[in-house]
Design a protein around this ligand. Sequence first.
Ligand SMILES: [Zn+2]
Length: 434
Amino acid sequence: MGPSPLKNNDETRKEILSAIRDFVPSLNPNNPIFASFHNGQVQNPLGGGSYAFQDDIVGPVLSALVDDEVLEGKRSAAQPRLPTRPIVIHAGLQPNNSPHAGTLVVFCYAFSFARWMCGRMQKMAKDAGFGGKLPAVSVEITFVDTAPVDGKGVTVDGVQYQRAYRLAGPSDFTDDYHAVLRFLSRWSGIPYTAAFQSDFFSGPSIPKILEYILSRHITLGRQLSPKHGVLALRAACPVSGCGLAEKHGLLNTYKGSTITFKCPNHGPHSICVSEPAEAARIEANAPARNLIRSMSHLLDAKAHNVRVTGGDYAGTYQEMFLYRPLAAWSAATRLAVGKTPHILYAPVIVDWSGAKLSKSLYVREGAYDLMKVLGTDGLCSFARLRDHFDDDGSEGLRRIWLEVESWLKNPKKLFRSYSVEYLQRVIFETEKKD
Ligand SMILES: [Zn+2]
């Protein structure tokens, strides 16, 4: 008599799963892997944003752009409710690694949203019998080349100084970003431009915005930099071959429209923000950049600006670092009255614990080897995605693109996170699609 056949009941299944759960970590006791189980069912529960925008997100954004034009008194009541100015969809990146799945999702969202906007405007124009010209829609990708280069900074007397990509030379990953952007542009039919920090700080409204910010630097420093309490504005030391910039702005001094920065090697150097050429040299940390960019978008009379960014920036971050300072600015200057930035938040890619997928952390913690074992390493970077499919990167990226397109088609899917395990199934385990 052999062993009795397993009874397929709940109790037996529970025992089997429990035995697997106990066994799997023993495969590699020094660096254990844990098993977890799910039933493969995907829920898209409604609530908050997913409820409010379950049928449509493109229409409400277009309507908000029209409302901006109404506020500016630039529209006649007879026009159909279509924007008249070109629409630019913005996304940004720090070129310190090959783009990982989170960044690729943001880019796909930007191009897909642009494409859906075009389609919607064409339909609205047709329905309204409007034969006029529709506004152009494009994507602008900002390379945050003021991001610090690893290993090029110094700490002197407890103060951190960094060197940025724009002085250290372009990052090794620039080509990967352009490869991704070319594919997305081709698939969406939406043109894109690349911009750099100096382009942004060269904008016509920047000197006025910086003058305002300097005039409120004490309050804004407290608001925008809770850790240090001062504005994190930086400028690279102008001495040839140096380029050090103090990371947190701790030693900056402010007088009128002039900021004086301190280099640990060459002493003080100044920038007058009223001079456009000098203002273009300014660098800012993420919250200050976010605020300055939003102000400049709100003052842009030539285009509508819509930003796509990661969902980890939604909520308290924006309320504290963006909307409060914007409201104070608008009240003090009477600029952009009644207007707020248009920002779309892309779903975050999370690991088993719900933490955002971070390539640098994964590599540092040695979890990357595990991702290779699990077959999810392609989510770590476009370079790995390319290796996984053994091509120019197009197959893996196209699968992410199709997934993001399906979210735009069914917008309730935009207001949630997606796990690495979920993406593994839709990106790596589906049959090659034609
Ligand atoms: Zn210096």
